[in-house]
Write a protein that binds this ligand. Structure first.
Ligand code: HEM
Length: 464
């Protein structure tokens, strides 16, 4: 007989509120991992009216993610919260609508576009280099620079809009974007939608951020529409995601003007924080590994030759060790470790019965840091991702337990772009500088706010 919700163990709670009082939202992913140690890979968590099944078993997670959009969907509550904020995009679309959105997203983010827009990415990379070169030996807030870099790259590649937040001061779009994820995460986890009746200071800041982002999106749409009028041939062969969306909104029933807006918001949000925080985690991990920094430097010298950054697109595939460092960072510090799903029918997976409409919370980091999946799981060992090295040491290496970009048909469509950005920034940084932390590393903590980011820290860049 399949194991049902009532048979599962889980943390003991209080009447009515369950374990709600125990949840520290910003640290929830770690709490979930702790409870998985105690209650196993599938357990129940009652948070007020919300009955969650928490899953850390990689085989079950893979199966759930693979069986979308037919047997599982993203949790409906997520769509309620996102749609209310005007985000009707590929991330929260379902069924046939999701298929239409996803087709356009895949095309807009494919490798061909990366190649085509490489010169634009280079402009942002050069700006980042110049900024860091000037700040040599000073203590810098590198996280802010990384967020500006990723927003500039995303807008240029996906929307064909030339942004330069890296060289602007003050009120840039990125400051509004950073208000969005924490509020959305809070609302998804709220037992009742209190913000609909009582608006806190944070809710008002969120409303203001949404208005400002929408103004920016108006600009992007106007810019795209003008391009389509000036160059009607782009209708047949759109050069980016925005142009494809605008054409689809005119021609396809499944794509409305609201969907255009919602998808621009989705890509802005999905493309910025995730990659910037992954870079911030990599730099944090490298700070006390000068040996790994030296290896990265040697690879960068070999591949970049006399250049300060990689100006030839095709050479990025030679940055093998750099890629391994990024992959290893995402095993220890995946920035999107929590995904929410819901079965569309009663379904049994690996002996567990998940009823239609059940709330499933998958925690994807847990498996990647257990020694039954990866040897020496707590050590930062990029070599484990290099094929020739894997044979030399008897370490477990179970790639099924490695899920930082999700899995199945809805896996991250920005993966290739993210990997490219990670390699470009890391090779530029390591070719030219050594990184040192200016404050105590132990004080940097993991903060969960939809994405999992490091708390603020500063570094010093020492010229090589
Ligand atoms: C290191 C960087 C990134 C990480 C770790 C990451 C991770 C993820 C994860 C875990 C998901 C959920 C996948 C699933 O449900 O199976 C996702 C979805 C998504 N990501 Fe990323 N992502 C990154 C960068 C990007 C970038 C650069 C973009 C676009 C510019 C992007 C766009 C999206 C979109 C549109 C979805 C929704 C896909 C769908 O529902 O069909 N991501 N990402």
């Amino acid at each position: 007989m399949a194991i049902a919700f009532k048979d599962l163990k889980g943390p003991k709670g209080l009447p009515v509120i369950g374990s709600l009082h125990k949840i520290e939202l910003g640290n929830m992913h770690n709490q979930l991992e702790g409870w998985s140690d105690e209650f196993g890979p599938v357990y129940k968590l009652i948070l007020g009216p919300s009955k969650l099944t928490v899953i850390t078993d990689p085989a079950i997670i893979q199966e759930i993610l693979k069986e979308r959009p037919h047997t599982f969907r993203r949790m409906a509550k997520m769509d309620d919260v996102l749609s209310e904020a005007g985000v009707n995009g590929v991330f929260n679309a379902e069924g046939e609508k999701w298929k239409s959105h996803r087709r356009i997203v895949n095309k807009g983010l494919d490798v061909k576009h990366q190649q085509q827009f490489y010169p634009e990415i280079m402009v942002s990379l050069e700006r980042l280099f110049n900024k860091w070169n000037k700040s040599e030996n000073a203590s810098i807030d590198i996280q802010q620079d990384l967020l500006r870099f990723t927003v500039d790259v995303t807008t240029s590649l996906a929307f064909g809009y030339k942004m330069n937040t890296l060289e602007e001061d003050g009120d840039v779009i990125q400051e509004h974007l950073e208000k969005i994820f924490p509020t959305i995460f809070k609302r998804i986890n709220a037992p009742i939608p209190i913000w609909r009746y009582l608006r806190s200071k944070k809710d008002k800041e969120f409303d203001h951020a949404v208005v400002e982002i929408n103004k920016f999106i108006d600009e992007l749409i106007k810019d795209g529409e003008e391009r389509l009028i000036a160059q009607p041939e782009l209708r047949e062969k759109p050069t980016n995601f925005l142009e494809s969306l605008l054409v689809a909104a005119e021609e396809e029933e499944n794509i409305t003007n609201d969907d255009v807006r919602g998808n621009l918001m989705t890509i802005l949000m999905a493309g910025e924080d995730t990659t910037a925080h992954t870079l911030a985690w990599t730099i944090y991990l490298l700070a006390d590994h000068p040996d790994i920094q030296d290896k990265l430097h040697q690879e960068a010298v070999k591949v970049l030759e006399s250049e300060d950054w990689l100006s030839t697109y095709s050479k990025h595939s030679s940055l093998i060790y750099t890629e391994a460092v990024a992959l290893e960072t995402m095993r220890l510090k995946p920035v999107a470790p929590l995904l929410l799903s819901e079965p569309l029918e009663d379904v049994v997976v690996e002996g567990y019965l998940f009823k239609k409409g059940a709330r499933l919370l998958t925690q994807s980091r847990y498996a990647g840091i257990q020694d039954d999946h990866f040897g020496n799981p707590n050590d930062f060992l990029p070599e484990r991702w290099i094929k020739e090295e894997q044979g030399k040491c008897p370490m477990g290496h179970d790639t099924k337990a490695y899920i930082p970009f999700g899995a199945g048909p809805r896996f991250c469509p920005g993966k290739n772009l993210a990997m490219l950005e990670l390699k470009l920034v890391l090779s530029m940084l390591m070719k030219n500088f050594k990184v040192e932390m200016t404050g105590p590393k132990e004080e940097v903590s993991e903060i969960m706010a939809f994405t999992m980011m490091p708390s603020e820290y500063s570094v010093k860049l020492v010229k090589r």
